[in-house]
Write a protein that binds this ligand. Structure first.
Ligand SMILES: Cc1cc2nc3c(=O)[nH]c(=O)nc-3n(C[C@H](O)[C@H](O)[C@H](O)COP(=O)(O)OP(=O)(O)OC[C@H]3O[C@@H](n4cnc5c(N)ncnc54)[C@H](O)[C@@H]3O)c2cc1C
Length: 200
């Protein structure tokens, strides 16, 4: 049986939370390959493999002639291309020596590219959370960063009259529709802010 510690030795899984590695360890198949035995052949159903021990060669057959076009070492994964592009395996993976792999049956691969709040350039009196997202409205109050004798507008930052919207704003909603909607709301808040500023 593959352990969570062994999963951690696969480079792409090394940064997973221990609990996620435990979950993976429970669902992967532990496979030992004799030299010359294939982990996967062209046309096999898609799965992601992690190489725990040994060495695996990448085999490509063109016009009946077989060539070794690469190899995988312990810590590597293979099979990801077919999953990412939704294609059949363009080549096979065959043990060059006695090898141990795990097989994670999965129909697809989703890559989260990630998102960072690029807010280092903002003036320091605009309050941010620990990850750099801009606090607005009630979150500014909760952080003790609101200094004016009225409630902050929903999208107002800690600096009265400066508004934030979209992904850069601290909020669990990171979607196009939310960003667009907040943009139009922010404009309405600007008008309201200016109207009140003129009246006072
Ligand atoms: C991989 C991925 C997939 C997604 N898929 C979906 C989806 O399917 N459906 C969905 O609704 N949402 C999806 N989202 C989320 C969606 O992209 C965002 O919610 C949306 O783009 C937020 O819009 P925004 O205008 O707030 O920010 P952004 O679209 O990030 O726009 C901010 C812009 O500001 C620019 N910028 C940054 N710093 C500066 C600076 N100092 N000076 C000038 N310009 C600057 C950036 O280059 C960028 O162009 C996805 C996000 C990612 C990362």
């Amino acid at each position: 049986m593959v352990t969570a510690e062994e999963i951690a030795r696969i480079t792409v899984f090394a940064d997973l939370d221990p609990s996620e590695r435990e979950r993976l360890a429970k669902v992967v198949a532990d496979i030992t390959l004799a030299p010359g035995e294939s982990a996967v052949n062209e046309g096999d159903s898609r799965a992601l493999f992690g190489l725990l021990e040994g060495r695996v060669e990448v085999i490509r057959r063109v016009d009946g002639v077989e060539s070794v076009i690469g190899e995988r070492k312990p810590g590597d994964v293979f099979g990801e291309m077919a999953m990412a592009f939704g294609i059949t395996y363009p080549g096979g993976f065959r043990a060059a020596e006695t090898s141990r792999v795990f097989r994670l049956a999965s129909g697809g691969l989703f890559i989260f590219i990630g998102a960072d709040a690029e807010t280092a350039w903002l003036r320091p009196d605009i309050a941010l959370d620990q990850k750099g997202y801009v606090l607005t409205g009630p979150d500014v109050h909760d952080a003790g960063r609101w200094q004016v004798d009225r409630d902050a507008y929903l999208l107002e930052t800690s600096v009265p009259g400066i508004f934030a919207c979209g992904d850069v704003r601290f909020s669990p909603v990171k979607r196009v529709a939310a960003a667009v909607g907040e943009g139009s709301m922010a404009i309405a808040f600007v008008h309201q802010f200016l109207k009140e500023a003129e009246a006072s």
